[in-house]
Design a protein around this ligand. Structure first.
Ligand code: ATP
Length: 261
């Protein structure tokens, strides 16, 4: 990236959010996420990470502040523009079992986003004449699953395999950015590390932009170039990966470091 000015994919300015009449759960949140980077957000349970993710994905409203996505202010967008913005975002959540319809074969769950965008072929699929089945095979191959899995149902897959499918689905439309909200929290330790490595490899090979959310500082440090620490809806600090162990880190960050595995 030397010599090039990276483009902002997300620019959040002074974001405030509260649920109904309750206490604010996000206070004055401001940050940017640039194209091709992984920005990590870490904080204990209840710090507001998922609320922030849901605002960015336009799954909920916020009271004040701006969220620009790819240069477009998201608040107040009409249906058509909102649909266009959402088509350029995707997400992988904690529980892959809930993300896959138990009555659909993997082929149909995997292809849901592409089925809605007839004629779109992701540029990373080399065989441009592959057809629906060919694209599905290529997507599974990208996440290390064999083509036989296309005819299986979710209950026939392990948690890690299911999460591979949701990752393949999330990248299938070549989104401008992907929210990864605790994508390994429901997996055993070995599978967590395999999935994190897969996500990192995909980011590097396809130039993906990630917002990676976790309560696990070690995972955030592994995945991210920059890290934001949140507590009680506030951004306590933001720093680059190599500054995590600096003496000047906030006491709360140092506490999170104590459980660094
Ligand atoms: N739908 C809701 N209605 C009211 N309050 C909510 C709602 N969702 C979350 N909250 C509250 O907002 C605060 C932030 O929750 P949020 O889920 O964003 O935190 P988090 O950091 O993602 O936590 P976790 O790591 O446990 O998922 C919490 O106090 C939570 O109780």
């Amino acid at each position: 990236m030397t010599g090039l000015i990276a483009k902002d994919i997300i620019r959040v300015t002074n974001l405030h959010k509260s649920y109904s009449a309750g206490q604010p759960v996000l206070h004055s949140i401001s940050f940017r996420l640039v194209e091709g980077e992984c920005l990590g957000i870490v904080g204990e349970s209840g710090s507001g990470k998922s609320t922030l993710a849901r605002c960015l994905l336009t799954l909920m409203n916020w009271q004040s502040g701006e969220i620009q996505f790819d240069g477009v202010e998201l608040k107040g967008l009409g249906n058509k523009k909102l649909f266009q913005a959402r088509a350029k975002m995707s997400a992988v959540f904690q529980n892959p079992a809930a993300a896959l319809n138990s009555r659909l074969r993997i082929l149909d769950s995997l292809m849901e986003p592409l089925d809605q965008r007839k004629g779109f072929i992701p540029s990373f699929i080399k065989e441009q004449t592959a057809g629906r089945l060919g694209m599905a095979r290529a997507l599974l191959e990208l996440v290390g699953l064999p083509a036989e899995y296309l005819v299986k149902y979710p209950h026939q897959l392990s948690g890690g395999e299911k999460q591979r499918v949701t990752i393949a689905r999330a990248i299938s439309t070549e989104p401008a950015f992907i929210v990864l909200d605790e994508p390994t929290a429901s997996l055993d330790v070995t599978t967590q590390s395999v999935i994190l490595n897969l996500l990192k490899d995909l980011q590097e090979s396809l130039g993906l932009s990630y917002l990676f959310i976790s309560h696990d500082l070690a995972a955030v440090h592994f995945m991210s170039e920059r890290i934001i620490v949140m507590k009680n809806g506030l951004m306590l600090e933001e720093f680059s990966k190599d500054q995590l162990f600096d003496e000047q880190r906030h006491g709360y960050t140092k506490k999170l470091l104590e459980v660094f595995s």
